[in-house]
Design a protein around this ligand. Structure first.
Ligand SMILES: C[S@@+](CC[C@H](N)C(=O)[O-])C[C@H]1O[C@@H](n2cnc3c(N)ncnc32)[C@H](O)[C@@H]1O
Length: 240
C-alpha cells in the first residue's frame, strides 16, 4: 500500500515537473515571437539596409520571384546596359550579366561589403561585363539616360525615401527604359504592396507596364515614357 502511494507521488511530481517545463517553453516561445514581431514592426517603420551580417537571409532561395520569371518580365537583350540597385550577395547578378552578353551591368549598393562579396563571385565566374559602385539609391552617380533597364529586388522598402529613389531611376533611364521591382512578403518586413508601389512609381513619372506573380510575391515592370509601348506587349506583360 505504502509502495503504491509513493509511486503515485513520484509520478505526480514528474508530471508537474514536465508541465512546468512546458509552461516555461511556451512562455519562452511567446516572448521570442513577440520580440521578433516587435523588431519586424520597428524595422518596417525605420527602413534601413539589411546588414551584411544577416546575408544568409538574402541567400536563401527566393520562391516565386525566380530567375526565370525575372528574365521573362525584364526581357534583357544582348548589348544592353543594366543597373542593379541593391544586389546584396548577388542572387540575380550572375544571370543578369550572362543574359546581356556583351552589354554592361552596373551593380550599386550602399554597403561596400555586399559589393565586394558579389564582385568576388563575378570574378570567380570569369564574367568581365560587371562593374560596381557604392552609392545611395536616392543619389545615383550616373548621368541622365544612362541605362536601358534598372532592377530593384527586395530593396525598395529598405530605402527611407523610396520616392526619391524612383525619381533617380526615372532620371538615369533612357526614354522607353524599363524598371523591374521585385517584392516578397514572406520574411521581409519591408515588403511593398503592388498598388502602393504603382502609385508611387506613377508620381515619379514611371508608367506601370505589367507584372508577374502574386500579391504577396511579384515582379512589377514600369517604363519611362518616351517610346510607344505596343498594346500587344502591354497585354503580354500582365501574366500570373
Ligand atoms: C535584402 S537585400 C536584397 C539583395 C538582392 N537584391 C536579393 O534579392 O537577394 C537589399 C540590398 O539593398 C541594399 N540597399 C539598401 N538600401 C539601399 C540604398 N539606399 N541604396 C543602395 N542600396 C541599398 C542593401 O545594402 C542590400 O544589399
Amino acid at each position: 500500500m505504502s509502495q503504491n502511494v509513493s509511486m503515485i507521488r513520484r509520478r505526480a511530481s514528474k508530471e508537474s515537473l514536465s508541465s512546468g517545463r512546458l509552461r516555461w517553453l511556451a512562455a519562452l516561445l511567446a516572448v521570442a515571437g513577440g520580440a521578433t514581431l516587435a523588431a519586424g514592426l520597428w524595422w518596417r517603420k525605420n527602413p534601413s539596409p539589411c546588414p551584411y551580417g544577416l546575408r544568409l537571409w538574402v541567400q536563401v532561395p527566393h520562391p516565386i520571384i525566380t530567375h526565370s520569371r525575372l528574365k521573362r518580365i525584364l526581357e534583357p537583350r544582348p548589348g544592353e546596359r543594366l543597373l542593379e540597385i541593391g544586389p546584396g550577395t548577388g542572387y540575380y547578378t550572375m544571370d543578369l550579366a550572362e543574359w546581356i552578353g556583351d552589354g554592361e551591368l552596373e551593380i550599386l549598393d550602399i554597403q561596400p561589403q555586399m559589393l565586394e562579396h558579389t564582385m568576388r563571385k563575378v570574378r570567380s565566374r570569369g564574367l568581365t561585363n560587371v562593374s560596381s559602385s557604392q552609392a545611395d539609391a536616392t543619389n545615383l552617380p550616373h548621368p541622365g539616360g544612362s541605362f536601358d533597364a534598372a532592377l530593384l529586388v527586395t530593396v525598395f522598402g529598405e530605402i527611407p525615401d523610396g520616392d526619391a529613389a524612383l525619381r533617380e531611376v526615372h532620371r538615369v533611364l533612357r526614354p522607353g527604359g524599363r524598371l523591374v521591382v521585385g517584392e516578397i512578403a514572406v520574411g521581409d518586413p519591408h515588403f511593398s504592396r503592388l498598388g502602393s508601389l504603382r502609385a508611387r512609381a506613377r508620381r515619379a513619372g514611371l508608367a506601370p507596364n505589367g507584372h508577374s506573380g502574386f500579391p504577396f510575391a511579384y515582379f512589377a515592370r514600369f517604363t519611362k515614357p518616351g517610346l510607344r509601348i505596343p498594346a500587344h506587349e502591354q497585354a503580354r506583360n500582365e501574366t500570373g
